[in-house]
Design a binder for this molecule. Structure first.
Ligand SMILES: [Zn+2]
Length: 476
């Protein structure tokens, strides 16, 4: 693939004018859309004039704030002890709900930067939730990739006896692909190419680390106004299971994006389930409507076979008996893939060719993330991304200096051996507490939440409401 350093694609401009989407999602009270926009464009000090971030506040005034704006920093040392006093952080407003947590927008009092705060609820309810949260936390701290959301910080936990919740700080993104797709914002072929390129670039990294995301959907693909995309929400992610005799849960992936092997009750599956979801999202970007929008898992399977045709027996090898019988009982369906050309004008031969390599019934024959990245449809997306969006290449007066590896794999696989050693909730609590404490060592002044503030109380109310809805959704 050739790169031409002088190319300056138009897609790198703002996808969302501040008046369209930006202020709706993150403006704090008292600051206008301009301030929100400057945050999104990388300004490091968007706290606004009413909350000077340099002003220290004595601990005795804790709880005086009514919230809604930037928190102010605590003095870095307390006269009563030598231990540094953590800087306080106040929740600002909710911005999204993941599979297992609620995300709020907050201002980091150490630098005034707007970041996202995620509360991981019901951590110590039972051993399964303990393992799941520890896995997600370790993943967030493990990730080092521009298209995968990672932890910037973890709030300082209280003493272990009072340790009930975990709060993680991540980068704050402006919107997500679901909101973009349902918005009136025009989506050009250039946008679609650069989004798809980044989804696959992030997935290649995750899969190379041995991680299955298991809930790839437009709402879990965060985007910024400059079209930068990051995969988020690892609440359902797990390490790939090499032993095909071991059972994996089928309670994964939002139904519209669920791969046929999961719908057909396969007890074992791999990274191909994420690629299926990407295929559904690719079609949704082109057509701006959900590709397979069914009311039930059985209807979901029917819609898939309407498009792909009745699968051969070999493609249903791992299916459960009932699902196989359902397919064989029905009429024989021919494939109708040509309807994909009608998704939009952007559904060119190249686009449909790649789409048909992702939407393959048999997971063994579905394209991998790494092979999909070699498809010519993504050449332009790669060029645009590395010409003006990435952090891996840079410009010099004579042109652009490109990285040697456009789509890097993980340096090492993600290890989950610690899960075996977690035998009780209390032991899990100790492990997680130690992990967070060690993670923070040698880093900046630790952060904590101001539990007395009105903002924190409404934050807790919203998270309690949400966690009661999601607490049933445990996984193996
Ligand atoms: Zn680059």
């Amino acid at each position: 693939m050739a790169f031409h350093g002088s190319a300056r694609p138009a897609v790198c401009g703002n996808l969302f004018p501040a008046s369209d989407l930006g202020h709706k999602y993150f403006c704090v009270s008292g600051s206008g859309s301009t301030a929100a926009c400057s945050v999104l464009n990388g300004s490091q000090n968007p706290a606004g004039p009413s909350h000077p971030v340099e002003t220290p506040r004595h601990p005795s005034t804790i709880g005086g704030s009514t919230g809604g704006g930037a928190a102010v920093p605590q003095p870095h040392s307390s006269p009563a002890s030598e231990v540094p006093c953590p800087a306080e952080m106040e929740p600002d407003r909710p911005i999204g709900y993941g599979a297992f947590g609620v995300v709020w927008s907050v201002t980091d009092p150490r630098d005034g930067r707007k970041v996202a705060l995620k509360k991981m609820p019901n951590v110590f309810q039972n051993l399964v939730s303990c393992k799941r949260v520890f896995r997600e936390l370790r993943m967030l701290c493990f990730f080092k990739h521009d298209n995968v959301l990672s932890a910037l910080d973890i709030l300082q936990p209280p003493q272990i006896d009072c340790f009930e919740e975990i709060y993680v700080i991540t980068e704050l993104m402006q919107s997500d692909l679901h909101k973009v797709i349902v918005s009136p914002q025009p989506l050009t072929t250039d946008h679609i190419k650069v989004f798809l390129y980044q989804i696959l670039r992030g997935l290649k990294y995750l899969h190379s680390a041995g991680i299955l995301h298991r809930d790839i959907k437009p709402g879990n693909l965060l985007v910024n106004s400059n079209c930068l995309l990051k995969i988020c929400d690892f609440g359902l992610a797990r390490v790939e299971e090499p032993d095909s005799s071991r059972h994996m849960t089928q309670e994964v992936v939002t139904q519209y994006y669920r791969a046929p092997e999961v719908l057909m009750g396969s007890r074992h599956y791999g990274s191909a389930i994420d690629i299926w979801s990407v295929g559904c999202i690719f079609a949704e970007l082109l057509g701006r409507r959900i590709l397979f929008q069914a009311q039930s898992p059985i209807q979901q399977l029917d819609l898939i076979t309407d498009l792909l045709g009745t699968p051969p027996l070999s493609a249903m090898a791992s299916a459960c008996e009932g699902a196989r019988a359902h397919i064989l009982r029905g009429p024989h369906k021919p494939p109708s893939l040509s309807v994909l050309y009608m998704l939009s004008d952007g559904a060119t031969h190249e686009a449909v060719h790649l789409l048909c390599r992702m939407l393959v019934f048999d997971p063994a024959k579905r394209i991998s993330g790494s092979d999909a990245l070699s498809h010519p449809y993504l050449d332009e997306g790669r060029l645009r991304y590395h010409t003006c969006m990435c952090k891996c290449c840079y410009s010099v007066p004579s042109g652009r200096v490109y990285t040697r590896d456009f789509e890097p794999a993980a340096e090492r696989p993600f290890s989950h051996s610690y899960e075996e050693s977690m035998l009780s909730v209390w032991q899990g609590k100790e492990l997680i507490h130690r992990f967070i404490t060690e993670h923070q060592q040698g880093k900046r002044v630790p952060l904590c939440i101001n539990p007395q503030s009105a903002a924190f109380k409404s934050f807790i109310r919203s998270t309690a409401w949400h966690s009661s809805k999601v607490s049933r959704k445990e996984e193996r």
